[in-house]
Design a protein around this ligand. Structure first.
Ligand code: HGY
Ligand code: MN
Ligand code: MN
Length: 409
């Protein structure tokens, strides 16, 4: 039934992977020309599966296929934006795999009793703008109007980017959906970790999604002449920032279940013969337990205060985003778990250290996630990969979910 389905999934993944704003690498940030092209391609694939297609006020692309008797929809999907120099599967797999399933059902002449919606979210990675999960939070109605004023590195606001994308920013709240419209949300996503590959399993059932917080840290010292200021009189912002970054690593290593990452750093004035006067760096802090993440935050703040005092610099940390951890819905996980075992696969439950659109959708409807094994657990990297066999297994499990799904179980 699904023998060519796996290669169809990979074919669609490859088509989407060609749409990038950087030559030779995959970078597709939200509300850009490339995002618009990706939406257009996904819209064509959705239509080929018999869906009605629209773009909502936040730039999410949404396909809908009516059921024979129930107006409520099972929602599937994931995000179409990427990180920089990304892999092909993080996001798109959760959009194209359900589309391939609907194509298969249409070919078999099967109409489901309930509706199905598939959504390509506009911004999950939060690479272009400080916030993240913009598309899914718009659907859940948890975005505040002031988010439209957030700006990217070129000082373009989300409101302006929405306008350039062809949306009316004043209408963004119309993207919000009602809980009663949905039977639940199921997100298919690569595991982005080593567990499934380590146990030689193609798929896994997600139990919970770790919470996350993001910060921008500014270290202000005193720029000066690299040749004339004695070492003992310097207020070197880059050395102070470096000491903060090492302290962050030490604190996260000392706690049981925290990961901390500094992924971006900017140093001013940025000349080889000038002592750095100002450094801005990002901090991404995560834990499966919000209280442990809060404890790490407090320890990091205290360490930075001590470094500021010792080095006569000022250090200002601004939290730009926070999402609590979420637990997947046991009823929906039960349905997805049966689809996994009835497809002949071992049921392996595991938590997600990565964030996903499902976190935001938990404020709207029941959520469940199907993890797919990825080679070496690699993600946020061009070597991200899945096998055609695992793509087939994914379609097999999804088909089982769709055909066996019992909204009133
Ligand atoms: O950062 C994350 O966890 C996700 O890939 N956006
Ligand atoms: Mn993702
Ligand atoms: Mn990602």
């Amino acid at each position: 039934m699904t023998s060519q389905a796996g290669s169809k999934v990979l074919k669609y993944i490859e088509m989407l992977a060609q749409i990038s704003q950087e030559d030779g690498k995959l970078t597709r940030l939200s509300l850009t020309e490339q995002h618009k092209q990706a939406n257009a391609l996904v819209g064509i694939l959705m239509e080929s599966a018999g869906m009605q297609v629209r773009t909502d006020a936040m730039g999410n692309i949404i396909g809908r296929l009516e059921g024979s008797s129930d107006k409520r929809a099972l929602l599937l999907g994931s995000h179409l934006d990427s990180v920089r120099d990304a892999g092909k599967f993080d996001g798109p797999l959760g959009v194209v795999a359900p589309i391939v399933c609907l194509e298969l059902l249409a070919r078999q002449g099967i109409t489901l009793p309930y509706a199905v919606e598939i959504i390509g979210f506009c911004d999950e990675e939060g690479v272009r703008f400080p916030s993240t999960l913009l598309g899914s939070r718009a659907l859940a109605g948890t975005l505040k109007p002031e988010v439209l004023d957030e700006r990217d590195a070129d000082n373009i606001s989300i409101g302006k980017a929405l306008k350039a994308f062809g949306q009316d920013p004043s209408e963004f709240a119309s993207a919000q959906r009602k809980p009663e419209e949905f039977l639940g949300f199921v997100e298919v996503h690569i595991e982005q970790g080593p567990v499934l590959e380590g146990e030689n399993l193609p798929v896994g059932l997600v139990t919970a999604i770790a919470g996350a917080a993001r910060y921008t840290v500014s270290v202000t010292g005193m720029a000066g002449h690299a040749g004339t200021v004695p070492m003992g009189l310097r207020k070197d912002a880059l050395v102070a920032a470096s000491e903060c970054i090492v302290a962050i690593e030490q604190i996260c290593l000392s706690l049981p279940d925290v990961v901390g990452t500094v992924g971006m750093i900017q140093c001013q004035p940025g000349a080889g013969n000038v002592i750095p006067g100002l450094v801005d760096f990002s901090l991404d802090l995560r834990s499966s337990q919000d209280s442990v993440r809060d404890d790490a935050e407090q320890q990091i703040y205290a360490a930075m205060d001590e470094i500021a005092r010792k080095r006569l610099v000022t250090i200002d940390a601004q939290k730009t985003y926070q999402a609590a951890g979420v637990t997947c819905d046991s009823w929906l996980n039960g349905q997805l778990g049966h689809a996994i075992t009835n497809s002949g696969y071992q049921l392996r439950s595991l938590p997600s250290g990565a964030g996903h659109d499902a976190m935001a959708l938990a404020d709207l409807t029941r959520i469940a996630m199907l993890f797919v094994r990825c080679t070496g657990g690699i993600s946020h990297h061009p070597d991200e990969n899945i096998t055609v066999e695992d793509a087939e297994a994914t379609v097999q499990v999804l088909m089982r979910l769709l055909t066996d799904f019992n909204p009133d179980a």
